[in-house]
Structure formats: structure tokens, C-alpha cells
Design a protein around this ligand. Sequence first.
Ligand code: PGA
Ligand code: ZN
Length: 419
Amino acid sequence: FIDEVRADEVLDSRGNPTVRATVVLSDGTVANAIVPSGASTGKREALELRDQDERYMGKGVRKAVENVNVQIADEITGMSPFNQAEIDSTMKALDGTENYSNLGANAVLGVSMAVARAAASSLGMPLYRYLGGSNARVVPTPMFNIINGGSHADNSVDFQEYMIMPLGFACFEEALRAAAEVYQHLKKALHGKGHSTALGDEGGFAPNLANNEEPIGVILEAIKAAGYTPGVEIAIALDVASSELVCEGGYRLASENRTLSSKELVEYYASMCEKYPIVSIEDGLSEDDWEGWQYLTQRLGEKVQLVGDDLFVTNATILREGIEKKIANSILIKPNQIGSVSETMETVRLAQRNNYTCVMSHRSGESEDAFIADFAVALNTGQIKTGATARGERNAKYNRLLEIDKELGGGEYLGGELF
Ligand code: PGA
Ligand code: ZN
């Protein structure tokens, strides 16, 4: 049974406080988990409780820590760690709101993850096996975010993420190697053009480029310089995070000094998809532009993976609405958007039943915790995005996937079969 539950305030990769929860079982097992934090958050995400006082410019999480130490600990101490659904629904009931605005999703998710980890460890099982059972066998194809823009960097680029997807590889290890090589060639190419090679929040470079297409050009150059064929071995994926671009009259592309209507932006994507090997576009339109999303899905949904992040916020209820309205064909999965391990699993299952693809995802504020690597394998999401092949908090996930891949004796790698 669960003998002790506690939490501490620790730092995330941006230097802001976050929650680390610890669970101790009666058999002596100790496990902990660190909660991530987003910057370009969706409006309907579960609440991240911040102290809003003088410490850490208002970002302290002492209240969330206290909620773990007192309320949550009181409620779940003595319960079995092996019934994740019961633990999670107990915390949900204790909170009493839809979006965890009492306890904070950062308090609840930390405990939820730590309980899963403690249970797995107590049984001597790897986390992916404990959560996924014997079905867990697919090592996800990564989207590596190698150029950062938008609210993840101080540069001129409007789109938030330019990612590469290694599709033409037989295994995870080779895919990771290819991405890491392209990353180094990209650094060289940017340097050669006199651009900054400073990094953004997710480990990608953050150069000041002239418009939103130029990053794709440099990336294609780097792919070729590394000896790979764009579109065959390595494709491009974008996260526009367009909710951040909304302005009077449409979407503001500041670097190009123009404002596009929803329809014009879709046509811009269509023209980019003609020119470049783009296989996936995330948050192409804003979380409030559902009409636009319907058009986007009709226009490009047959050819391109259209991922809803801010749009669906990992929420099964919102996803269900999206499925009914034929919006998007894929969902980004961020456990802290919804607040618990069980609710995350429910959303993934709903998506998979309806043939929506799932992309397990980090946040821009991360930690050394690699829970999502195991979680992606457990749920056979087939895809993961967790940053560039640089910055320790990003590589913690890739390095854990290497370990899992080895344990599985070479996991199934889908790559190009995804599309
Ligand atoms: P966030 O960004 O963690 O800052 O929300 C990640 C994303 O938009 O996918
Ligand atoms: Zn996103």
C-alpha cells in the first residue's frame, strides 16, 4: 500500500519552479516524478497552480506542494498503488472541479505519475510494461524540433517549431543518429550564413530568419549535407502554434509583415506542402477557429497529419467534439494538459479507436524526468515529440528510448509506415 506521499519545489529547464512528487510504498519502494510546464498553453488546459506571490516572480509552487503533502497525502495514503484508475479518480473527486483548479494539475499529475512509477518498480517491471502490458512494443518515431521560434525563442520566426521526422529508418537507434547528424549540419549551415546558433527552449536553434519558409530551406540543406534524402529518409513537421498568432482580422505573421485570414493561412500551408516534404502540421489554426479547422481538414487532411494541441488539450470531451465535427486527424498528448495518467490514457484510447494518430509530447519547460518516453511506448502512440537532440532534459527522453529499444530487443519502429 501507499505509505507516504510528499512533494518538493524543484526547478525546470527554464529555471522556473515545478513540483516533484514522491511516493513511498509499504514494501519500501520509493519513486518520484517531476511535472513539466508549457509556455504557449491552450486556454482549456487543466490549471497549473502558481503561488502568485513575491517568490520566483509569482511562479512558486508551494501551494501545490502543500496540497500534495496534506490533502492528497491524507486521501490516498493506505490505498493500493496498483489501481491507477482508482487513485486518479480519488484525486479528481477530492479536487471537485473539471480542471483541477483547487489542487492544481501540477500537484495531481506529479502524484499520479509517481504512483505509476512506484507500482511498476515494486513489481520489478519497467514503466512502459506496467502501463502498457504485453502490447507495448512500438518505439515511437520522433519529431525533433531543430529550429525554435514563436514564444519559445526571442528570434523573428513566427512559427513555433520546425521539426524533422526520420521516416526512412528501420530502427530507433538509426533514426536518432540521423537526426543528431542533421542537427550538427544545421548548426554548421546556420553558422556559415552568419546566423546565431543560440538555442531556444526545446534545444533547437533560434536564428533570426527573414520569413517562415527560410527555416525549411536551411533544414533541407542540412539534411542533404548529412547525406540523407529529404522526403524519403527525413521529412518535415511543423508546429505553428497559431493560437499565439491571432490578431484583429486573422493571423499575424510579423516576420513577413502581413496578416492572413484563416483561409489564406490554409492556402499558405497548402503551397508549402506542394514545395516541401511536410508530413505533419500542428495547431495550424487557433484553438477557437473551429470553422477554419474544418476547412483545413477538408483541404489537407487526406495528405497531411493535422495535429490538435491547443485545440484538444488532451481532453477526451473536446476530442470527441472534434471527431464529430471532422476536425484534425491527430492529437498531441501532453499529460499535464489534462492532469492525470488515467485521463491521458482515456484520451489516447478514444483517439486510437477513431483512427486519429497520437503524438506523445513534452512541454517547453521540462526536466530530467523521462516518464513520457515510457508512456509513449506503453500506449503505442507511434510518435513522440520531445525537442532537438540537445539539452539534457530533451535527451533524457531519447536516451531512455534507446534503453527501452534495447530491452525490447529492437522495438518496432514505424517511420514511414505512419503515413
Ligand atoms: P508548450 O509548447 O509546452 O510551450 O505549450 C509545446 C507545444 O506547443 O507543442
Ligand atoms: Zn504545440
